[in-house]
Design a protein around this ligand. Structure first.
Ligand SMILES: [Zn+2]
Ligand SMILES: [Zn+2]
Length: 358
């Protein structure tokens, strides 16, 4: 079968290759799913157009995936052939650290992501193995997809769960407060929707010039009450003007650039919160004393847990969360390069890839 793989060591960015790989073998405790939909994520974009020159196979990529169970190990009793499932993309955890003990598997120091880490293959291919080891430690590493949710919608549960946990589980947000969301990608757009569900009054989406093409319009459709274009406007002044001097108690950073953290600290009211989902890779080069002076809580956020998944699936099932406006492109997996280019130019919000090779 064909697959989109990443080459190089875990510390090296880049080197996607379109290759032939053997079909996975189903051990006695494993499950094999036929991938029906796999979405391109921002985490995949970090490696796009980067050549590291390595010939070392890393893994088949694609961690936002859904599919049908087509093979099942003889010891597996909880799952059956033909079930429609979505992976939470955990492939390996230690099972004994404080994170694992509390069910927060994504912060396990030994965590390996399915399709994002090394040693286990993901969904940018035809068949994907869910290892028996993870099924025994983390019972909810896959979820059955409710009947009224399509494979492509289910494949995008990862960023929904992520935004859900960031706001509903990590922050102290209360109905009637305002939210500033930086970043117009799926995490930002789902944050807007969660904020709306939770009763935010002003939901301010902050982006850049590029976002005027598609993303600002979708943000407004999904519930953003105000759009601020950071390429054209004074972001801090504009957000404070919209929400009032005492009105910014929560900033959600789905962008990750240092300037965002700087602006967030500046605009946040005393005792406010900043939840940081996005990631940047440059050292911070500004004074952070205002974090202390204003007693601001900066909350580092990673992923989701079982509660996030259970509740996000319920929200999707009930129609309270919308995914379809964000699926801007559907392509065959062989056209992966085109999908990545559309994501890079921000013409796409979410690209769904489906296997089209035999
Ligand atoms: Zn992702
Ligand atoms: Zn662990």
């Amino acid at each position: 079968m064909k697959a989109l793989a990443k080459y190089g060591t875990p510390s090296q960015f880049g080197s996607y290759k379109w290759i032939e790989v053997p079909e996975p073998i189903c051990g006695d405790d494993d499950i094999i799913i036929e991938v029906k939909a796999a979405a391109i994520c921002g985490a995949d974009m970090k490696h796009y157009k980067v050549e590291n020159g390595s010939d070392e196979f890393g893994s088949v990529r694609g961690h936002e995936l859904s599919g049908e169970i087509v093979k099942i190990g003889k010891n597996v009793t909880r799952w059956k052939l033909g079930q429609r499932v979505v992976s939470d993309n955990t492939a390996h955890v230690c099972g004994v650290c404080p994170s694992c003990e509390s069910g927060d598997f994504l912060t396990c120091p030994e965590k390996v992501n399915l399709g994002l880490g090394y040693g286990t293959n993901g969904g940018f291919t035809k068949y994907c193995k869910i290892p028996g080891e993870i099924l025994s430690i983390h019972k909810h590493t896959i979820w059955e997809i409710p009947e009224n949710i399509s494979y492509e919608e289910a494949a995008i549960l990862d960023p929904i769960c992520n935004a859900y946990k960031a706001i509903a589980q990590r922050s102290k947000f209360l109905p009637g407060q305002n939210i500033i969301v930086f970043g117009t990608g799926p995490l930002g757009l789902f944050s807007v929707q969660i904020a709306k569900i939770m009763g935010a009054v002003n939901i301010v989406m902050v982006g850049l010039d590029d976002d005027t093409k598609v993303r600002f319009g979708v943000a407004s459709d999904l519930g953003a009450t105000h759009i601020v274009n950071g390429s054209q406007e004074d972001v801090v002044a504009r957000c404070q003007e919209i929400c009032g001097k005492d009105g910014i108690s929560l900033v959600v950073d789905c962008a990750g650039a240092n300037i965002v953290l700087k602006q967030a600290i500046e605009m946040c009211r005393p005792n406010g919160e900043i939840v940081r989902i996005g990631m940047g890779f440059k050292p911070v080069d500004f004074c952070i004393n205002d974090i202390s002076m204003k007693a601001i809580s900066i909350i580092g956020h990673m992923g989701y847990d079982t509660t996030s998944w259970r509740n996000a699936i319920n929200l999707l099932k009930s129609g309270k969360i919308q995914v379809k406006p964000m699926i801007t492109h559907r392509l065959g997996l062989s056209e992966w390069d085109k999908g990545f280019a559309l994501m890079e130019s921000k013409e796409a919000i979410k690209v769904i890839l489906t296997y089209d090779c035999d």
